[in-house]
Design a protein around this ligand. Structure first.
Ligand code: SF4
Length: 242
């Protein structure tokens, strides 16, 4: 594999100059994150924020409030967050019930010990896989993991290596390894990487039709260079055919 034209710290500096400093827009406490994550579907920041606001206003977010509220009322509160509110209401009930019955009402206190055990516990909750578990542990200041935003795993892969792979797990791992190898293993540094890649993936480096012309790293991006070469070949073929 060819050596990338830019390092991860240089990418992050350029993204920060363009997008500005980023802050998480979700609750970082593990239990509250699980609730927030089910407030929207599909689970975008905007959808979750809408459902979260309505849930806070109409029900509350503590486990006892969720358990005391009938599913239809919970579903009505979650409706501003998007699709399948009834299913999300049942999931919230399940989460609240487990928090009370298995963790004595305090999930964070139970998330101790080896990382693999914490990860295993988190992944038992609905809709939490490795990317979600990494994100929870990083933003709750439990472990400075090289977490990658689950819907933006392609960003670093494109910049460093060109077109992303078909396999989601391979992209996640490549992005994870690049962050791990090239950023400091501190909470601040890993959170900054996560938030900037997320912002960039949402605003410019979208999964389809990335806005490469406006991108602050386009002159170092392997994906963009590949596209430019492809376009030049097409133009050359067209002019030869005339
Ligand atoms: S140039 Fe295009 S593909 Fe590369 S990072 Fe920017 S938006 Fe993404």
């Amino acid at each position: 594999m060819a050596k990338p034209a830019i390092s991860v710290p240089q990418i992050l500096d350029k993204l920060e100059s363009f997008h500005g400093c980023q802050e998480p827009c979700w609750p970082v406490e593990p239990y509250l994150f699980l609730v927030w994550w089910h407030c929207g579907y599909p689970a975008s920041d905007a959808a979750c924020a809408r459902g979260w606001e309505a849930l806070n206003r109409e029900v509350g977010t503590s486990s006892w409030q969720l358990l005391a509220t009938p599913v239809p009322k919970l579903a009505r509160a979650l409706k501003p967050g998007g699709m399948v509110p009834e299913l999300r209401a049942m999931r919230l009930k399940e989460i609240a019930s487990r928090i009370d019955n298995e963790f004595g009402g305090n999930l964070r206190a139970a998330l101790t010990g080896p990382l693999k055990d914490i990860r295993k516990t988190l992944k038992k909750f609905p809709n939490i896989a490795d990317p979600g578990a990494d994100r929870i542990m990083l933003f709750a200041d439990m472990a400075p993991l090289a977490a990658v935003p689950s819907n933006c795993v392609h960003v670093l892969v494109r910049i460093l290596h060109g077109k992303e792979r078909e396999n989601y797990g391979v992209n996640y791992r490549e992005a994870h390894l690049a962050i791990e190898a090239e950023t400091q293993a501190t909470f601040d540094s890993r959170k900054r990487a996560y938030l900037l890649l997320k912002k960039h993936g949402q605003e410019l480096c979208k999964r389809t039709n990335p806005k490469c012309e406006m991108c602050p790293v386009n002159s170092f991006c392997a994906y963009f260079a590949g596209h430019a070469r492809g376009s030049a070949k097409v133009a050359a073929k067209r002019s030869a055919a005339k």
